[in-house]
Design a protein. Structure first.
Length: 402
């Protein structure tokens, strides 16, 4: 099996995913093309050598539809010989796209592939594509559908994370993100989004709320209590988890991931292709894995995916220097740390989606780049990126610095 190397990784800033957000006027294809164009320009890339462009997108409809990966590559000025494909594994779509890009190289079927993702949540809202899982009563009943926030609240209840625990985690995410930005730790990877006149639309993550405190979060009402109690979703969960007496609703907007817009791109290739194009490999893909897990609680998948990826790499948890786990909800990260005995100073060290936002289809590619940058900054050798996924899944990727 051939080795797949990462040569570069970059992302746009994250803009607030609502009308009035800094990136609301940038179409999804404009965001994707911004990342793809920057990847080409700063690597002086001959795009006629690109075997594929694989982009994650959770809601590939409307402005994000029609195989946005292919059309964005054309719009970004890539050679017409560079094909493109759009993939969706819900919140892990961006990391799944990167894994599929790497897999083509490892299988010997490609020499240079771009992975990444895009999501404009201000223009194409969550659930725009519909689907039977949340909308068909027969499907929902058979599969135990509940909204993700209620699943997060069940995790907190079942494994003993209090409202103060999840709020404290959220405050620390905000603190770490502020510190990382002030220290310039994202400077290498951030590509400003410019308008058609060349003026900066956004050059910094817009969603952050560094003034957040435990006291300010304590004023927020739980976001999912009404859904759970009024619409019967708590009952669904209690039937599936009878050991839980009742669900303690602890999550709210301040300790859950933010709705934002953004795009990311990661360049993968063989060592030989990199040498031919004058590219320096930064990391090697050690392994990756996706798993299915119980679909109602749904957000416990990261630990299982991480364990599977570790087995494939012949590694143990202690062999990993740094972890990045998408902060979909605070309890998701707390449970991951609990299961795998990962210290907080080894995971999400520059903050995460609670502070900076979660642009669905792009997040996985973003955290892979963030992980690599921090590994290089610290001079450590190994890292693992992972995300929880709707309908009960998890995806993980292990990289090793070259």
């Amino acid at each position: 099996m051939a080795d797949a190397f990462i040569f570069d990784a970059l992302r746009t800033p994250r803009g607030k995913g609502k009308p009035g957000g800094a990136l609301n006027q940038a179409t999804p294809i404009y965001l994707a093309a911004t990342a793809l164009r920057a990847l080409r320009e700063r690597n002086h890339l001959d795009t006629s050598q690109v075997d594929d462009v694989v982009l994650g997108c959770v809601e590939p409809v409307g402005e994000q539809g029609a195989d946005i990966a292919r059309v964005a590559a054309l719009y970004a000025g890539y050679a017409i010989t560079a094909p493109g494909v759009t993939v969706s594994r819900f919140c892990a779509s961006g990391l799944e796209a990167c894994n599929q890009a790497a897999a083509q190289i490892m299988a010997g079927q490609a020499d240079l592939v771009v992975g990444g993702g895009v999501e404009s949540m201000s223009r194409v809202p969550l659930f725009s594509s519909g689907g039977a899982w949340p909308t068909d009563p027969q499907v929902a009943a058979k599969t135990g559908f509940v909204p993700q926030g209620i699943a997060a609240d069940l995790i907190a209840t079942k494994w003993g994370f209090s409202r103060r625990d999840v709020d404290a985690y959220a405050v620390e995410s905000q603190r770490r993100a502020r510190e990382a930005w002030e220290a310039g730790r994202f400077a290498r990877s951030i590509v400003p989004v410019m308008d058609i006149n060349g003026l900066v639309m956004l050059d910094r993550d817009e969603y952050m709320r560094p003034e957040t405190t435990i006291e300010s979060l304590a004023q927020l009402k739980p976001s999912f209590r009404e859904q759970g109690e009024k619409y019967g979703f708590d009952s669904v969960m209690l039937q599936r988890y009878p050991e839980v007496e009742r669900i303690d609703h602890v999550h709210h907007a301040g300790n859950s991931s933010g709705i934002v817009d953004g795009a990311a791109a990661v360049l993968f290739g063989t060592k030989e292709m990199g040498a031919a194009l004058g590219l320096r490999p930064r990391a090697r893909i050690r392994s990756f894995a996706s798993i299915g897990s119980e679909p109602s609680i749904m957000l416990t998948g990261p630990s299982y995916a991480a364990e599977k990826a570790l087995r494939r790499a012949g590694m143990k948890v202690g062999d990993i220097d740094l972890f990045e786990l998408n902060e979909a909800f605070a309890a998701v990260v707390l449970r991951f740390m609990q299961v795998l005995d990962v210290a907080h100073d080894r995971i999400n060290v520059n903050g995460g989606a609670i502070a900076m936002g979660h642009p669905l289809g792009a997040t996985g590619a973003m955290i892979l780049g963030t992980l690599l940058d921090e590994m290089e900054r610290r001079g450590v050798g190994t890292g693992l990126a992972t995300l929880c996924v709707g309908a009960g899944m998890g995806t993980a990727t292990i990289i090793e610095r070259v």
